[in-house]
Design a binder for this molecule. Sequence first.
Ligand SMILES: C[S@@+](CC[C@H](N)C(=O)[O-])C[C@H]1O[C@@H](n2cnc3c(N)ncnc32)[C@H](O)[C@@H]1O
Length: 288
Amino acid sequence: MIRRASRLIDEPWPLRFLLLRFLDRRFDFLSYPAKLNLGVVDRPQYGHCLLKAAELARKLGHRRISAIEFGVAGGSGLLALEAHAVQVERETGVAVELYGFDTGQGMPPPQDYRDMPYMWQAGYFRMDFAELQKRLRSARLVLGPVEDTVPEFCRRENPAPIGFIAFDLDYYSSTMAAFALFNAERRHFLPRVACYFDDVVGDIDWAYNDFTGELAAIHDFNRAHRHVKLAAVRGLRYLQGRLPQPWHEQVYVAHFFDHADYGVPVSDTTERPLYPPLSGDRLSDAAD
Ligand SMILES: C[S@@+](CC[C@H](N)C(=O)[O-])C[C@H]1O[C@@H](n2cnc3c(N)ncnc32)[C@H](O)[C@@H]1O
């Protein structure tokens, strides 16, 4: 209760949004996309990315996709992703397979300054495996260092095409190791994969930057790969009447330029008609 009240004070949201959120929590009348835009649901960033991935999949003729969370810890994120998967399947008819990667024993030791040891150390964020396993409904845990579990994952599991990946391994070294996933055959991916990076937005004391952590990993990955690039999605906060949220700066897309489906047309906008000229009256209306 106190946490919810202090969150309300922290969030400088206009009253109409707060009222809508309050009413929806009681009467559950908003559509799922509206709930995501208003942040009525936990981790709207997971829901938004998953929904967009499923919409793309449907346009490309897929009936199933996969989504991955790298870095599970206690499991709150993976449980939220499960809840979103149910909504997204209802919304799009596309089924979602979920995978969560983690050591299962918390953070490994940092390897060098790029792992931002001033933020994270060995043993942080341990998982209560038995408790989490009890609560998970559909997601599968892939336990062990990602350096070992990622390289053969696609060959071993043959997952439905991967459409969304949440990166929350914190370290530069772990994130680079997770990027080995992108070496798998293209058929294991949608041509553009929605990616969420948890550790790229923060205050001065966290000091996320292009030379350490996830941002450095993105930078180094892009420098080393010609046909796959991780590019930030620009302008999310301006769309669909959203209020700016930090996660709008944390969404990227992995572009597989050499994917067989990269150029398949998926845009809903195919015409821009020339509207008839406005009459004198309508011109003055328009000026008002
Ligand atoms: C910040 S926590 C994840 C939090 C979780 N996503 C959530 O939202 O609750 C980071 C996790 O990454 C995992 N991790 C970091 N490096 C790893 C590695 N090399 N292999 C596997 N897991 C790793 C740690 O075990 C830790 O649980």
